[in-house]
Design a protein around this ligand. Structure first.
Ligand code: SF4
Length: 472
């Protein structure tokens, strides 16, 4: 009950004040649920959950879902709690539930009805989930452990963005750790490469992320990409993404190195094309840097370019978001990822909310605007996730031109494929045949990663070998 209340009213305190009462009973032909609060009452008789496609665990879960919906409804009456487009779906990965239902044979039309009635989603979000599910399912493989995906994390950035909560160490203060970090990463790449060959694993996607991986430059970048090619990509038919991220790190030389190493997809992330916002959120690059990096990447011939934007940035309203989208449209990226601003606890922004203005009330209109633009460019949504403390209780959506969806993004988000994560703070996800997950984390801090990698690898390779050898 506490969890249900907290998910709808994060600032609720317990132990005093008004009482929420929830009763449920299994009748002959239905689940009966009643929630009462401050004179408001919500009741429901659920017959759908007795369908034979559901199991015992689903029925237990449905009791909680119904109670949660009841709490939402009585809070709406008593406190005027605004309807959320995501209803009672509060998790980070709403697609998982949709895929689980499709796996059991629920046809999309029936599932849509369940999303509306049981989970109280808005029709727009229900349709979005089903559209994304349709785009993702062709990428699901029967064996979660072959092929696999590989993630490599470089936890350094030119500066720290005000909304950032990632392991991202600014070069200015932590650049002295980069050299030893890279040495340790080379050791890990070689070791994981040996394991991949030993177990004859297919690698479907390699994603070099961060941080900003292109904080590594020149000979260091060549050496890093050379090792990735030799140990993780050789003999594989894998998608290879470099999340370049910050446009100011993308010189002609850097892009040429990426291209020569077989990079198929890069991310050039403006977040906004509004100059004052860029300065306000702690990004050192300019709008001109975005244009320059994009033109160079196209000229050099990187096949797929993704651009990330964030809607709801401090001081921005619909006109700024529209201008950003107009400028991005003129560039013509292959992918667009639309994030709704998330106020993560570890971020500067969250701690300094009194100093900024956020147009929370325009969140949904901004997300809709971005969707309209992406669709008008011929893109379709293909992956989606949500975050805690996200603007307007909305979502992040990845759009792609036909044939350019990132397989890594799908596999990483839906967690139906084992991902081995290398580098600082990388979290490997080992997926069992029943799709249950075991996580294994690398040290987060670059200094700890560099000093502990050899010892850490002994144990990590054992864990990976046991899991992968038994499952392939
Ligand atoms: S570029 Fe990304 S990882 Fe780096 S500080 Fe900004 S948000 Fe964080």
């Amino acid at each position: 009950m506490k969890v249900a209340v907290k998910s709808l009213a994060p600032n609720a305190s317990f132990g005093r004040g008004r009482v929420v009462e929830a009763d449920y009973a299994w009748e002959d032909q239905a689940l009966f649920v009643c929630v009462r609060f401050a004179g408001a009452e919500w009741t429901c008789r659920d017959t759908e959950i007795l369908d034979s496609r559901y199991g015992e665990l689903d029925r237990e879960r449905r009791v909680k879902e119904r109670v949660r919906l009841g709490i939402r409804r009585v809070f709406e009456q008593v406190y005027g709690l605004a309807e959320s487009p995501w209803g009672i779906l509060t998790g980070v990965r709403p697609m998982k539930m949709v895929h689980a239902m499709l796996d059991r044979g629920f046809p999309p039309a029936e599932l849509r009805q369940i999303l509306l009635e049981v989970y109280a989603l808005s029709p727009k979000k229900a349709d979005l989930l089903l559209e994304v599910a349709q785009a993702q399912r062709p990428f699901f493989r029967p064996n979660p452990n072959n092929p696999i995906s590989i993630y490599i994390g470089i936890p350094f950035c030119p500066t720290r963005c005000s909304y950032c909560s990632f392991a991202a160490y600014p070069l200015e203060t932590h650049g002295h750790l980069l050299k030893d970090f890279l040495k340790a990463l080379h050791v890990e790449i070689e070791a994981v490469g040996r394991l991949v060959r030993e177990l004859r694993l297919q690698v479907e996607a390699v994603y070099l992320g961060g941080g900003t991986p292109t904080t590594v430059q020149g000979e260091d970048l060549k050496r890093l990409l050379g090792l990735i090619s030799e140990h993780l990509l050789a003999g594989q038919d894998a998608e290879f993404t470099v999340e370049a991220g910050r446009p100011e790190t993308l010189s002609r030389e850097t892009l040429n190195i990426l291209k020569a190493a077989g990079t198929q997809r890069i991310c050039i992330n403006p977040q906004t094309m509004h100059e004052p916002t860029l300065a306000a959120i702690g990004r050192r690059h300019t709008v001109a840097d975005v244009h320059r990096a994009f033109a160079l990447a196209r000229e050099i011939g990187i096949p797929v370019i993704n651009m990330d934007i964030i809607v709801g940035l401090p001081g921005e309203e619909l006109p700024q978001v529209q201008r950003t989208l107009e400028e991005i449209g003129a560039l013509g990226p292959d992918n667009l990822t639309v994030h709704s601003l998330a106020l993560k606890r570890a971020s500067w922004l969250r701690k300094n909310l009194d100093q900024v203005r956020l147009a929370q009330e325009q969140g949904e209109a901004m997300v809709d605007l971005a969707r309209d633009y992406a669709l008008s460019w011929g893109m379709r949504p293909y992956y989606l996730y949500r975050q805690r403390h996200i603007l307007g209780d909305l979502e992040n959506t990845g759009y792609a031109q036909p044939g350019t969806s990132s397989v890594y993004n799908i596999q990483m988000m839906e967690e139906r494929q084992t991902t081995i994560a290398l580098g600082g703070g990388g979290i490997s996800k080992l997926v069992a045949s029943d799709l249950s997950l075991t996580r294994h984390a690398n040290p987060k801090c670059p200094a700890a990663y560099a000093s502990q990698i050899r010892e850490h690898l002994n144990e990590k390779l054992d864990v990976l070998r046991r899991h992968l050898a038994n499952s392939s």
